[in-house]
Every structure is written in structure tokens, then in C-alpha cells.
Design a protein around this ligand. Structure first.
Ligand code: NOJ
Length: 534
């Protein structure tokens, strides 16, 4: 019998603003997602993770939630959400939604009330308000910095400061406060009652802060900080008590539901989040950060499997999401480039988009063949590149403003999906899309690739189909040694996944070739390509 769906699912991330726009206002919506469910069913995924759909000023693309129990009117209504869930279930697709517990939007009724109330009030106690340092309190309470740039504290009119680890319009909640804790139990129940099958929990390694509010010795950004031990606001031990509480709420639903953590923590600390009474799964960012090289890739796979298996979970695999440079571009950067600091201005003659796409396709086959779950980001099945040359005047990511225009941010992976080769917004909708689609997107559209032998889309479809038939049932992996530049492993069904990291074409084991990421040359697997053989 197959293990429960979330242990081995293929989960497709929908970024609602950019997926499909049914009402022609240039922004994607729930009716748009509903209209594309047949596409997702035919693609062969098991579940859809929908990035935040709540009412929001969209200062951080919806990760600034103004009401946790409703849908943003630009996306639709609660009734639309119910219909979407019902339609998805009828097609055998599960729905995972985003939970954003570290911070609310500054438009949330709680924060408005906090601003209107005085220091020390119950209203302020739901957030992290503090007096500043210095004789007149004009210095921030600590030297903590925001992930999006600048200080992590903002001063309000009466002189107090509030904490925002992200944008100033995303005030951090005070998770020491029981009212905050019980509110989120209730939010979970609300959506479980509406029928969702799981939650992707945003910045799951945040929430709890050191109540002595010490200064940081070194300030840094999201990842750098989270790798320090006993950090004052990332990955604190106290977070696990909260996770256990949520798990009880999920377990009480007596449905096959799950929660997956977005926890950017040191790989050694990740298993703590996956203990049997905590998260079902966690994203594995270790592989995403790994360069396209055999030894680091194999080591990252081993680490992820061990970390998950030791605590009874299954590993997850992902190479793209709405926060990172699309991997078809990332894998085309010169070898020693740090994609996080690569300037998103051009021209970039050093970028090799052909190699990038070749490797992206190979990486997709590699990840889809591994035991555990794979999380795919909308558009990767089309081989979409990062749109790194978006003009500054269309940029929307708060990173752009908060970094004083030093970093363009994440808009380049959020450009609306091309569904057709031409027409207004390439089939995304009828209006001007909220971010412009570049020339070349039409040729990558769903319609352009459907039924085309060897297209990226058809490769994903075939692979997801084979995955369901042959790779779902067991969680085993056995490495095979097929040569110094070849990564290969066998799954319980006998399917062997082979990836050629070398320059010379590599021989494949005997058997039927089920899917390849590139055309074979005289039966051999070319460079930067993958194949599944049975
Ligand atoms: C992680 C989300 O994926 C990202 O998009 C968001 O900006 C931050 N968390 C803050 O919520």
C-alpha cells in the first residue's frame, strides 16, 4: 500500500497573483486557479500549495495578512475558496495553504488597535512593543536587522518601538502571549473545517524571541543568522512547544492532514522540527543551495534522507519557489557565482541559459526520482527562466525599497505564467499582467509545449506519471556506481535514475528508458542530463 499522500506527494506551488487571472484585472485569482485544475490534474501532481490568499495590502505579496479567516477580494471570496477546495478534491488534488504566524500585516485589526492603545496595554501585548534605548528612548531597543534590509524596529508616535523582522508593515506577533497562541489554534481549525489538507508554515524558525532582547554580535540576513546557535530570534528551542500545540490541532481533525515547515535552519537542527509530534515535513533548502556538482549533490541527498528518516519523516526536494531565483537561470550562472548577490541588472554575457535549462531539467528528474515529496514551483514545468531584467519601475518586492535599490528582490520569479503563445498577457488573463512578461515567454507557454515531444512540460508530465506508477510505494534508495561523473541510484521498483554530471556521454544501464531530460546520443546520456531506466 502507498504511504500516506504527504510522505511521497508531488506538490505544486501556486503563487495566486501570478497563476491565472479570471477577472481580467491583471492579478491572478481563485477562479483562475479553479479554471486550471484540469491542467494540474493532467500534469500529475498530488497536491497544490497556495501561497497566501488572505486579505492583505500585498506589501509582501500576501505574506502580510490582514485577516486570517477570509480571502482577499482581489483573489475572490470564501465561497470561491470552498468551491476551489471541492473541485480540487473531486480531481484527487489536495490543498495546502500558507499559514503566516510570525507577523501580521499592519492593517490587521489587532495592530490597528495596538497603535491606538497605550504602552503596556493588552492590545500592544499581542505584538513586540518596547521602549527604545538612550536617555530619550530614541535608539531602537536592539540592533536586530530586518530580513528585507534596515533596522528591525519601527518607532510609533508615542515613542515606543515595535519589532518587524520583515517589512515595517509586517509587525511581529508576541508568541509569549496566550491570546496569540489560541488565536492561531483557532485559525488552523477554521481552515481545517473548510476542508484544506495542510499548511505550509511561513518562517517556521521565527516566532519565539529571547525575552532578554540582547543585541546581536553580528547582524546578518535570514540564512546567516539562523546558523548561529542560541540566536535571539531564529530557531529558538521555545518554538517546539508551539509546533506541538498545532500538531495536536491537526491530529484532532482525524483527517489525513499535514503541515510543512519553512525553516531556514542549520541542517543539524532540522530534524528537531520533524519529531513525530511536530511537523510532518520540512522544506529541505540544503539541496536548493547546493551547486550543480555531483559530490555536493549526493552529500546533500544523503543528509536530507538521514535527517528525515531518523525521526520517521520523509525528505522533501525542491529547487525553486517564489523567494529564490528560478533554477533554470541559477544553474546557468558561472560556477563560482553566488546567485543571491548576483546583480539583477544586465547585460549578463556570463549567463548560459542553455546550460541552465539543461541542468534544470536534469535536476527535476533527479528530484522527482528521490524518495519523499517533491515541491514544484509554478512555471518550472515550462522551464521558465528568472526575469532578471524587469525594469525598476515595475518592481513590487519590498526588498527593492528596503535595500535602498541595491537588490531587485524576488519579482523575477513571480512573473505571470504564459498559457498561450500570444494574446493579451499570454493567456494569463485579459488585462495587463501586474508584472510584464518578457519576449520569449510565449514560446514557453503551456499551449506551445503541450504535445511537443521533448518539451519541458511533456518531460514533467511523463516523469510525474512514472513516479506515480513506480516510485510511490517505497521509501528506499540504493546508490549505484556507474562511473566517476555519474550519479545513479535504484529505487525499490527497480527504476534506476542516472544523472550525468560529466562532459562525455555516459552509458546507461540495460533496460527500458522511461524518461530522459535530453535526447540520448547513440544510446548514451549526454552531459547535464538525467534518465530513468527500468
Ligand atoms: C517567507 C516567504 O516565503 C516570503 O515570501 C516572505 O517574504 C517571508 N517569509 C516573510 O513572510
Amino acid at each position: 500500500m502507498s504511504p500516506t499522500w504527504w510522505r511521497r506527494g508531488a506538490v505544486y506551488q501556486v503563487y495566486p497573483r501570478s497563476f491565472a487571472d479570471a477577472n481580467g484585472d491583471g492579478t491572478g485569482d481563485l477562479a483562475g486557479i479553479r479554471s486550471r485544475l484540469p491542467y494540474l490534474e493532467a500534469l500529475g501532481v498530488d497536491a497544490i500549495w497556495i501561497s497566501p490568499w488572505y486579505p492583505s495590502p500585498l506589501n509582501d505579496g500576501g505574506y502580510d495578512v490582514a485577516d486570517y479567516r477570509d480571502i482577499d477580494p482581489r483573489f475572490g471570496t470564501l465561497a470561491d475558496a470552498e468551491e476551489l477546495i471541492a473541485d480540487a478534491h473531486a480531481r484527487g488534488l489536495r490543498i495546502i495553504i500558507d499559514l503566516v504566524p510570525n507577523h501580521t500585516s499592519s492593517e490587521h485589526r489587532w495592530f490597528r488597535a495596538a497603535l491606538a492603545a497605550e504602552a503596556g496595554s493588552r492590545e500592544r501585548g499581542r505584538y513586540v512593543f518596547k521602549d527604545g534605548k538612550g536617555p530619550d528612548g530614541s535608539q531602537p531597543p536592539t540592533n536586530w536587522t530586518s530580513v528585507f534590509g534596515g533596522p528591525a524596529w519601527h518607532r510609533v508616535d508615542d515613542g515606543q518601538w515595535y519589532l518587524h523582522l520583515f517589512d515595517p508593515t509586517q509587525p511581529d506577533l508576541n508568541w509569549e502571549n496566550e491570546e496569540v497562541r489560541s488565536e492561531f489554534d483557532d485559525v488552523l481549525r477554521f481552515w481545517l473545517d473548510l476542508g484544506v489538507d495542510g499548511f505550509r508554515v511561513d518562517v517556521a524558525h521565527a516566532l519565539v524571541k529571547d525575552q532578554s532582547f540582547p543585541d546581536l554580535e553580528t547582524t546578518g540576513r535570514l540564512l546567516g543568522n539562523s546558523r548561529q546557535s542560541n540566536h535571539p530570534h531564529w530557531d529558538r528551542d521555545g518554538v517546539h512547544e508551539i509546533i506541538r500545540r498545532w500538531r495536536k490541532v491537526l491530529d484532532a481533525s482525524e483527517r489525513d492532514v499535514m503541515m510543512v515547515a519553512e525553516a531556514w535552519v542549520h541542517p543539524d537542527r532540522l530534524p528537531l522540527y520533524l519529531r513525530p509530534d511536530e511537523y510532518h515535513q520540512s522544506f529541505n533548502f540544503d539541496f536548493l543551495e547546493t551547486p550543480w556538482e555531483l559530490a555536493p549533490a549526493r552529500a546533500a541527498i544523503d543528509r536530507a534522507i538521514k535527517a528525515a528518516v531518523d525521526v520517521g519523516s520523509t525528505p522533501t526536494w525542491t529547487v525553486s519557489n517564489h523567494d529564490v531565483m528560478r533554477h533554470a537561470t541559477r544553474y546557468g550562472l558561472p560556477g563560482d557565482t553566488n546567485w543571491r548577490t548576483w546583480p539583477l541588472t544586465g547585460p549578463h554575457d556570463d549567463l548560459d541559459p542553455v546550460a541552465g535549462l539543461r541542468r534544470a531539467r536534469a535536476a527535476a528528474l533527479l528530484l522527482m526520482a528521490l524518495p519523499g515529496s517533491v515541491y514544484l514551483y509554478q512555471g518550472e514545468e515550462l522551464g521558465l527562466p528568472e526575469v532578471w531584467d524587469l525594469p525598476p519601475d515595475v518592481l513590487d518586492d519590498p526588498v527593492w525599497e528596503n535595500s535602498d535599490h541595491e537588490q531587485k528582490g524576488r519579482d523575477g520569479c513571480r512573473v505571470p505564467i504564459p498559457w498561450t503563445p500570444d494574446g493579451p498577457s499570454l493567456g494569463f488573463g485579459t488585462g495587463d499582467p501586474w508584472l510584464p512578461q518578457p519576449p520569449g515567454f510565449g514560446a514557453l507557454s503551456v499551449a506551445s509545449q503541450t504535445g511537443v515531444d521533448g518539451s519541458t512540460l511533456e518531460m514533467y508530465r511523463t516523469a510525474l506519471g512514472v513516479r506515480r506508477s513506480y516510485l510511490d510505494d517505497d521509501e528506499s534508495l540504493e546508490w549505484e556506481e556507474l562511473g566517476p561523473d555519474v550519479l545513479a541510484f535504484r529505487r525499490g521498483s527497480g527504476v534506476v535514475c542516472v544523472v550525468n554530471f560529466g562532459i562525455e556521454p555516459a552509458a546507461l544501464p540495460a533496460g527500458d528508458v522511461l524518461v530522459t531530460s535530453a535526447e540520448l546520443s547513440e544510446g548514451r546520456l549526454p552531459t547535464d542530463a538525467a534518465a530513468w531506466v527500468l
